[in-house]
Design a protein around this ligand. Sequence first.
Ligand code: SF4
Ligand code: SF4
Length: 104
Amino acid sequence: MPHATRDGRSWQPEFLVAIDAKKCIGCGRCFKVCGRAVMVLKGLNDEGEFVALDDDEDEEIEKKIMVMNDDGACIGCGACARVCPTNCQTHAAQAPVLSAAGAD
Ligand code: SF4
Ligand code: SF4
């Protein structure tokens, strides 16, 4: 699908499609530059399970990582890629095809 800037120049969006949980350090830089709420910061406990960050149970949190929140909201601006210090994000020219697995 062709894309264009405001004045009609060709523009190729690079959509965020994945974040490598092993490499992400949870710095939050990508979250701050994204205006589309595509990502959200989550806590992980020492068993690798997600722990809520919005209560007072910080002792349980082993590390924080950024995860996908709303893939479909991404406009492919690439800002998150430019600020990530660990290069743990994957971008693709086409939006991810949502799996129909589980659909009846
Ligand atoms: S490419 Fe842009 S819109 Fe998409 S997640 Fe990154 S900062 Fe947000
Ligand atoms: S900028 Fe990179 S390392 Fe930092 S939270 Fe985002 S994905 Fe993780």
